[in-house]
Ligand binder design. Structure first.
Ligand SMILES: CCC/C=C/C(=O)SCCNC(=O)CCNC(=O)[C@H](O)C(C)(C)COP(=O)([O-])OP(=O)([O-])OC[C@H]1O[C@@H](n2cnc3c(N)ncnc32)[C@H](O)[C@@H]1OP(=O)([O-])[O-]
Length: 241
């Protein structure tokens, strides 16, 4: 991923990601992809806050549809998808990595990962929650989501948000090693098993997609939510200045 400075998942970047995924899926010589970041120290800052602040309802609806599409397409991809997480990975960045089949995180205490939405005064929707529950179980997810926990590497491994923590200079080579193991499995059996495991979760969103968009638009348009997001963006800018 190369969307400096922080790989935020803007509408444009999400569209690019989806086009890239589709191209790779359509090319039958590809069987797996490794998602990693070109922005030093940052895997992805998550959803682009400027897409969710001070815009009109039509924009929010269009943006949310793209976020849903990213989740559905990556979560259900027939390819083996591995996240080589070489930086901090909050909220939507964590969600993207949770769509992968395997997560390798660099062992750097700054590289926290988690769904921290509550810290911004917003609520992770049910399909974010479902993805986390499927990964770390109900109790850990309940605690992580309510407290907006961002797990440093050792804790992320302990709770199961990531599958492996390795020294920073070994993230890419480890991801390639893991990829080789996954590609050794007969592909159609692996693909069908992935679908079996994931389809019920994806179907929940597929059957409620429009209602989910409407909920998001209603929620994000609230004055109180807009104020929270503006204040959070302001805090990020001040931190910099
Ligand atoms: C229902 C909805 C569910 C929501 C899900 C989400 O994902 S919500 C998202 C939850 N995400 C988070 O809570 C993460 C928020 N971000 C961070 O915590 C930090 O930026 C960092 C740790 C990722 C990088 O720290 P660092 O010191 O290396 O970098 P820096 O902090 O100096 O930022 C550089 C520039 O990027 C800007 N910008 C940053 N993030 C975003 C963004 N998401 N979007 C847009 N812009 C963003 C920042 O304002 C600044 O702009 P400026 O002043 O140049 O115009």
């Amino acid at each position: 991923m190369r969307n400096p400075p922080v790989n935020s998942l803007s509408l444009e970047f999400l569209t690019e990601l989806l086009i890239s995924l589709e191209k790779l899926e359509n090319d039958k010589t590809f069987h797996g992809i490794i998602i990693t970041s070109d922005c030093p120290g940052i895997f992805s800052a998550g959803l682009d806050l400027t897409e969710m602040c001070g815009r009109d309802p039509e924009h929010y609806a269009e943006y949310w549809k793209a976020v849903q599409e990213m989740w559905l397409r990556f979560y259900l991809s027939n390819l083996v998808v591995i996240a080589a997480i070489n930086g901090v990975s909050p909220a939507g960045g964590c969600l993207l990595s949770l769509t992968c089949d395997y997560r390798v995180l660099a062992n750097n205490p700054k590289y926290a990962i988690g769904l921290n939405e509550t810290l911004l005064g917003i609520v992770a929707p049910f399909w974010f929650k479902d993805t986390l529950v499927n990964t770390i179980g109900h109790r850990s997810a309940e605690r992580a989501l309510q407290l907006g926990l961002l797990f440093p590497p050792a804790e992320a491994l302990r709770v199961g948000v990531v599958d492996q923590v390795v020294p920073e200079d070994q993230v890419q080579s480890t991801a390639r090693l893991v990829m080789a193991q996954w590609l050794d499995i007969p592909d159609h059996a692996r693909q069908l098993t992935k679908t079996l495991m994931r389809k019920p979760t994806a179907d929940r969103l597929l059957t409620e997609r429009d209602a989910d968009i409407q909920n998001f638009v209603r929620f994000i348009c609230k004055d109180s939510i807009q104020k929270s997001l503006h204040a959070y963006l302001e805090k990020l800018k001040q931190k910099k200045g």
